[in-house]
Design a protein around this ligand. Structure first.
Ligand code: HEC
Ligand code: HEC
Length: 166
């Protein structure tokens, strides 16, 4: 068999293959060792306790809050929460449904608050006549609130809660 290979390349190739197989075996046996259940489960599985390949009932999506009441901001720089429905609002490179109402020119008809002055400034502080590209994709910063139960307790305190009281 060996005689059929020209140039004796075969030996080197075979040893490479053997090396790869040995490495794979080491990896596999390592995996088997750590999965044998003897070691304590340190990190909870992202998939939960159910077997990952089984069919699961998917919990319903939480409902967005759409009561049209503008929420107080928790700190001055917070992007205000979107208090209305945005289902089906297109936000693409060609169309921005949000700006149909929130653009300066359209606020009189829509009654929507105008995007703030910061939304006209490019990254060098230069004020433009229209929304700056870095503020174009509104939902990168503005989100809706949902009725979801908080996953963890929230201990946020307003800045006014600190310092000397009058
Ligand atoms: C049909 C018009 C309309 C469209 C489209 C629209 N909005 Fe609004 N938006 C309003 C109005 C009116 C308000 C004032 C509160 C209310 O009535 O819901 C508002 C309020 C807001 C607020 C709260 C501002 C504050 O100071 O509290 C944010 C944030 C906002 N909209 C973001 C968006 C984003 C992001 C989109 C696109 C996904 C969008 N809006 C699309 C009309 C619109
Ligand atoms: C990079 C983050 C970011 C993006 C993108 C962005 N915003 Fe904002 N927005 C903010 C922040 C932060 C504030 C509050 C401070 C301020 O005014 O700059 C704000 C404020 C606002 C307000 C309140 C203005 C006021 O005077 O009360 C409206 C309305 C608004 N944004 C709408 C929009 C719309 C519509 C878009 C998309 C065209 C958009 N924003 C994109 C961060 C963003």
């Amino acid at each position: 068999m060996r005689g059929q290979d020209p140039g004796g390349l075969n030996t080197t190739r075979r040893s490479t293959v053997l090396g790869a197989v040995a490495a794979a075996l080491v990896v596999i046996s390592f995996g088997a060792l750590s999965q044998d259940g003897a070691s304590p489960k340190i990190v909870p599985r992202l998939t939960g306790d159910e077997p990952p390949m089984a069919d699961h009932r998917i919990p319903p999506l939480d409902r967005p809050v759409v009561d049209d009441i503008r929420r107080m901001r928790n700190y001055p720089e917070q992007p205000p929460i979107i208090p209305h429905a945005i289902d089906g609002y297109q936000l693409t490179i060609n169309t921005n449904r949000c700006l149909d109402c929130h653009k300066r020119e359209f606020t009189e008809g829509s009654g929507a608050p105008m995007i703030s002055v910061t939304h006209f400034q490019d990254r060098d502080g230069q004020v433009l006549s229209d929304v700056t590209p870095r503020r174009y994709f509104c939902t990168a910063c503005h989100v809706q609130q949902t009725d979801a139960r908080p996953l963890v307790p929230n201990t946020f305190q307003d800045a006014n809660a600190f310092g000397r009281k009058r």
